[in-house]
Write a protein that binds this ligand. Structure first.
Ligand code: F6P
Length: 331
C-alpha cells in the first residue's frame, strides 16, 4: 500500500444497496472500525444511493456500530434506487459527496449496486470499492458473497422441518428457494437436505426427467420426496411443477412451499461475520492504497480483488461437479 495515499485519505462514505443480506451489518462495522483505526472519518448513507441523492446520512464512529455484528438486515437500511440510474440522480449524489468532503465510497451490495458504483466512479472520478453482499452468491470474482452462508443454513433448517412432516404423511414437497437468476442456494441447500431433484436455471431439466425420477423412487420404496426449485428456474415455479407432476402421479400427495423472504433474515452465521469483517478491512485498505472500481472478494480462502467491471459483466459458473454429486446420491 502507498503510505502517503493512506495518510491523505480523510473521509469516506459507506452504504448498503439492493436486497439486504445477513452480514451486511458486520461489514459496515468493519469498514467503520478500520477507518477509526486509521483516523479516517466515515459517513453512513441511509437507504442506499437514495440516501446519497437526498443527503440522508450521518457520521459513524466506533460506538455507532456496536452490537450490530450479530444482527441481520442492515442498520443503514437498503433500497433499489431508480433515480440513481439517471445521470441527473448521480450528479446530485456526487454533489452531496463533494459537499461533505467525501473522497471515496464503499458500496455493500450486489451486481445492480456495483453497476451504479461503476457509473458514478467513471462519470465523476470518485473512487468506489465494492463489497459483495447478497444471499444469491451470484457475483463473479468471489467464491462467497456475504449472506449466502446464512441463507443456506436458514433454508436447510426450514427444509429439515418440512421433511419431518413430508415423511410422516408420505408426501412429495416442491420447495421454492430464492436466488433470482441463479441456482447457488438451491444446489448447495439441495445437497445438504438430500433433495431428490434440484432444479436450477443454469441447468436445463425436462419435467419428464423429474417425473421419471420420482416414479422410480417410489418403485424403489421411497415414500416421500423433496424437490428444490430455484425461483429463477426456466421451466416454471414450484406451483407449476407440482400441478404438472400431479397429472402424472395422481396418487402422490403433493404440497408446495415457497420459503420467500425468511431466507434473507436472521443472525449471520460465523462464516458470514468473518467474511464481512475481512472484506470491510480490505475495502478501506483499497481506498487507502488509492485504488478504485474494484470489488473485494475471497478466492480459495484468501482475500482478493477483481475489477468492478468484471464483477458486473461476468457471471460466476455453477459447479457442475456438485450437480453430478447431487445426482449420484439422490436415489
Ligand atoms: O437478490 C436477493 C433476492 O433475495 C433474490 O434472491 C430475490 O429474487 C430478490 O432479492 C427479491 O427481491 P425483493 O426483496 O425486492 O422482492
Amino acid at each position: 500500500m502507498d503510505k502517503d495515499m493512506g495518510k491523505s485519505l480523510k473521509h469516506i462514505g459507506v452504504l448498503t444497496s439492493g436486497g439486504d443480506a445477513p452480514g451486511m451489518n458486520a461489514a459496515i462495522r468493519s469498514v467503520v472500525r478500520t477507518c477509526t483505526h486509521h483516523g479516517i472519518e466515515v459517513t453512513g448513507f441511509y437507504e442506499g444511493y437514495q440516501g446519497v441523492i437526498d443527503d440522508n446520512a450521518e457520521t459513524l464512529d466506533a460506538r455507532a456500530v456496536a452490537h450490530i455484528i450479530n444482527r441481520g438486515g442492515t442498520m443503514l437500511r437498503s433500497a433499489r434506487c431508480a433515480e440513481f440510474r439517471t445521470r441527473e440522480g448521480r450528479q446530485k449524489a456526487y454533489d452531496n459527496l463533494k459537499k461533505r468532503g467525501i473522497e471515496g465510497l464503499v458500496v455493500i451490495g450486489g451486481d445492480g449496486s456495483f453497476t451504479g458504483a461503476s457509473l458514478l466512479s467513471d462519470e465523476f472520478d470518485i473512487p468506489v470499492i465494492g463489497i459483495p453482499g447478497t444471499i444469491d452468491n451470484d457475483i463473479y470474482g468471489t467464491d462467497f458473497t456475504i449472506g449466502f452462508d446464512t441463507a443456506l443454513n436458514t433454508v436447510v433448517d426450514a427444509v429439515d422441518r418440512i421433511r419431518d412432516t413430508a415423511t410422516s404423511h408420505n408426501r412429495l414437497f416442491f420447495i421454492e428457494v430464492m436466488g433470482r437468476d441463479s441456482g447457488f442456494i438451491a444446489l448447495n441447500a439441495g445437497i445438504a437436505v438430500g433433495a431428490t431433484n434440484i432444479l436450477i436455471p443454469e441447468e436445463s431439466t425436462e419435467l419428464d426427467e423429474v417425473i421419471t425420477k420420482l416414479k422410480t423412487g417410489r418403485e424403489n420404496g421411497k415414500t416421500s420426496s423433496i424437490v428444490l426449485v430455484a425461483e429463477g428456474e426456466k421451466m416454471g415455479d414450484a406451483l407449476f411443477m407440482a400441478e404438472e407432476t400431479k397429472k402424472h402421479l395422481p396418487d402422490y400427495d403433493i404440497r408446495v412451499s415457497v420459503l420467500g423472504h425468511m431466507q434473507r433474515g436472521g443472525n449471520p452465521t460465523c462464516a458470514d461475520r468473518v467474511l464481512a469483517t475481512r472484506l470491510g478491512v480490505a475495502a478501506v485498505e483499497q481506498l487507502m492504497a488509492g485504488h478504485s472500481s474494484v470489488m473485494c472478494g475471497v478466492r480459495n480462502g484468501s482475500v482478493c480483488t477483481v475489477s468492478i467491471h468484471d464483477a458486473i459483466s461476468r457471471k460466476p459458473g455453477i459447479d457442475r461437479n456438485l450437480m453430478h454429486i447431487a445426482e449420484i446420491v439422490s436415489l
